[in-house]
Write a protein that binds this ligand. Sequence first.
Ligand code: BGC
Length: 717
Amino acid sequence: MLITSMFSHYAFFFSCFVGSLVSLSMAVDADESSTDDTPSNTIYLDPKASREARTEDLYSRLTQDEKIKLLAGTGFGIQPIERLSVPGVEMADAGQGVRGGNKTTEGPATLFASGMTMASTWNSTLLRKIGAAIGVEGLNKGTGVHIMLGPAVNITRAPLNGRNGEYMGEDPFLTAQSACEYILGMQNDANCLACIKHFACNNEEADRMWVDVNVSERTLHEIYLPAFETAVKKAHVRSVMSSYNQVNGFHASANKHLLTDILRDEWGFDGVVMSDWGGVHETKNTILSGNDLEMPDAKYLTSKNVKTALKNGDISQTDIDRNSRNIVRAIVDSCVLDGPHTPDHSRVGSPEHMELSYRAACEGIVLLKNQNNILPLDAKKIKTIALIGPAVKKMQYGAEGSPHVDPITETSPFDGIKSKLDSSVKINYVEIDAEEALNAARDADIAILCVNTLWTESEGVDRESMLLPGGQDALISAVASVNSHTVVALNNGAPVEMANWIENVDGVLETWLPGEEGGKALADILFGDINPSGKLPETLAFKREDYPDTPNFHTKTEPGSIEYAEGIYVGYRYFDKKNIKPLFPFGFGLSYTSFDYSDLRLSSQTLSPSGKVTVTVDVKNTGEREGAEVVQLYIRPIDPIMDRPIRELKGFVKLDLKPGEAKKATFALDARSFAHWDEVLSSWKVDDGAYAIEAAASSSDIRLSETVRATGVNVGD
Ligand code: BGC
């Protein structure tokens, strides 16, 4: 797919490039041999040659020193091999847009919606386009980047985790599908490498370099690994970043079980594994485990350390060969060997990309409450509007820390809302002062509060509480006490507690971290130009203590371990099992129209040995506005013979429907949809028995159900 066949547009440059090789410096360490590097033999430079042939050819030319040097990066890149005219391969963070890497890529880029917001769209087609757009911006920003450090797919186990906004929610299936599309866009459409991260179980920031996650094999396979597995098997992701933390006693970057047994042997990954930045802690096990590349540079995988380890017999030549060959393959996978690339800077922040950013914000914003149909607002009826809160003029547009992108532009809610109103409308704006807010809201026709987590969410730091910081709960209550038409727009990456005020307000929108067009999208939803269609990728509980990680969330700064005692019961799996009512369930989101589900059909009432079954359901827009519905498919084992979640998401489709229009949602299930990880067999297994197939509007709103029977179903590979 990627690579060889796609490079015909480089053919012209290629001939010039080969020409330059004639003047190659052939300086090689005196005691090391190298093969003949005459241009006619340089298969590695031939875009038409196969990926493996190019890899083997380049690899066979490397001296031992060059192989070892490759094992560590250059800040944000793979080492160049000057002797063979192999340029360095540049990298940049790329979870919500392209951040600066090696200086060459600094500067603004389109800031798309964060991972959480993207997942909230449940729109696979859109995510693929965004992945491609970010890839295109990377290739064309500065001097060009070929490895995009994203998507980030750690499951949001704990609501206080500072990086939740970067990730794609609590459900392995939704995360896997979202990440898969994003990667396909980057790799197949834009033609650069995606790097899925952080492998694995980097679910909180406290003590992230050392914390040891104790997690069962079943929990790993069912909850924390599926996004990586799907990325490898379906999207053929070319690179993986190991995480900072330890997993069951070994750092992820020195964890043979994760990096070799599972990633390569179980799933067949054939790309490169790089460490997170500063995530390597030793030489021997890093190399043995299959962490090919130390980033950002050589701290443990220095030439000296590697040579000593080889001499001592801690590692073998085969280990060096294997890891450096994987890095060579990544060089081939990137386009750097296919001739000079002249970045087109006009592709960065292009109108098409801004439009995609806007679309993602529109589709990712979730309408949570709409009492008395307070929304959409009628601009004609507003004489005075109160706009209150710290996010009115400056939202948290994206996740912070390494994913931070300087946006091309920013549209604030203030600007977005103002543009909807006649110039005669009075706008009472207050940032955070409760007294002033009371006065501003008292006589307004409508009060809109834009509140946020005040930059308390970021890489490297977890939140201490799920409450809105800075007295914003009191601010909301004060405003609601004087104005019965109050709408709250939340701007945050992870859940906040709403119990203190939600009963007192009519409208609530979760805007997440919506990207640079967030204020425009919010205004368009408030005034009904856009019908909201986002659904929650994460359960929103009444209070922090309702979440399963509460007794096992690591807040210490000294090294320690965390027991993932809740096992597979993460997110709605836990709330369902324990019968804890959430404030808003996973998969929930309101629309300005309504949808009716009917005629759920299965292609068969019994599963064949392959487990394949096609499910269809008709969905009709029964309201008066055009809208989109995310139709969800859950599987519920009926009388399971072992401990299973009540139900699990196994399919979703987003349908655009005009008023009165009906469409069929179609889902293809297979054996894996019904399977659990069997720790005794070390494989997936489908138990014989009956399973309910549920068509749902959220994990708590099951509209229709049918039963299928499984006997002797095999999961295979
Ligand atoms: C983050 C990674 C990021 C890397 C490079 C690390 O601190 O954990 O997600 O890709 O830095 O910026």
